[in-house]
Design a protein around this ligand. Structure first.
Ligand code: NAD
Length: 247
């Protein structure tokens, strides 16, 4: 589904981002995985190459909160792969402190990575996509971007902003055939969830209408749809992948 396409995936070294990288590679894309540290990037590349040594994959770790670093990294991808057709802004962090315990710096950090880095990625990708006459940008949002959450105000605030950025940019860039969408996962079995005691996961699952948490591969399928030409007239949407947790 992605033959001849080049994708950048931020936060692609583990969890949902890694599942997206695997699926995009399987579907014929060239993939640049961005991570926070060289070591985790190298590990991810080694695992992907072990899966299939013919995969065309590269890895970088620019500071996503620094626009100049992001711009330079995108130029490296363009030099190596010749195009930037798909951008997945997936890197993200969360925190759950109540407001009284929430450090102002922690709020700033979460907004820097979850929102400013998404802006930086979009801004760096647009010139390439405009020149190519097409592009697909997909941002990782969250179900809490529609509901908020009881504690940890920074994370849902950042994901509400991701939805706003997604919808606004889709309107701005539609005329260039650049599509901008988001995926809003529910509770997904990444390292964080896998580390929880089984009873706790069972309790969370019981509150989900489909009775289970999602798998990263199931979330990745939504990204494949939005990255591919199957969704050629889909832009400005936030797609829930959450077992009917929210509507
Ligand atoms: P994860 O912690 O397993 O992976 C996060 C990724 O982001 C890693 O690849 C990490 O290297 C990268 N990252 C973290 N800090 C970074 C930084 N400062 N610079 C560059 N990269 C950085 O998380 P995940 O669960 O796979 O989450 C991926 C995305 O999905 C996030 O945006 C998260 O908010 C969102 N999400 C996750 C869930 C869930 O239940 N797992 C639910 C809804 C939304």
């Amino acid at each position: 589904m992605l033959k001849e396409k080049t994708a950048i995936i931020t936060g692609g070294t583990r969890g949902i981002g890694y599942a997206i990288a695997q699926l995009f590679l399987k579907n014929g894309a060239k993939v640049a995985v961005f991570g926070s540290r060289q070591e985790t990037v190298d590990n991810a590349l080694a695992k992907l190459n072990e899966e299939n040594s013919a995969y065309e994959v590269m890895g970088l770790c620019p500071d996503l909160t620094d626009y100049n670093a992001v711009e330079a990294a995108f130029a490296q991808v363009k030099n190596k792969f010749g195009a930037i057709d798909i951008l997945v802004n997936n890197a993200g962090i969360s925190a759950r402190e109540p407001i009284e315990a929430y450090a102002p710096d922690a709020f700033k950090n979460i907004m820097d990575l979850n929102v400013t880095a998404v802006f930086n990625g979009c801004k760096a990708a647009v010139p390439y996509m405009k020149e190519q006459g097409a592009g697909s940008i997909i941002n990782t949002s969250s179900m809490v971007s529609k509901t908020g959450q009881v504690s940890g105000v920074g994370y849902p605030t950042s994901k509400f902003a991701v939805n706003g950025l997604t919808v606004s940019l889709s309107r701005e860039l539609g005329k260039y055939n650049i599509r901008v969408n988001a995926v809003a996962p529910g509770v997904t079995r990444t390292d964080m969830v896998a580390a929880l005691p089984a009873e706790m996961v069972a309790k969370v699952a019981a509150g989900i209408p489909m009775g289970r948490v999602g798998e990263p591969e199931e979330v990745a399928n939504a990204f494949l749809f939005l990255a591919s030409d199957m969704s050629s007239y889909v832009s400005g949407t936030v797609l829930n992948v959450d077992g009917a947790t929210i509507n």
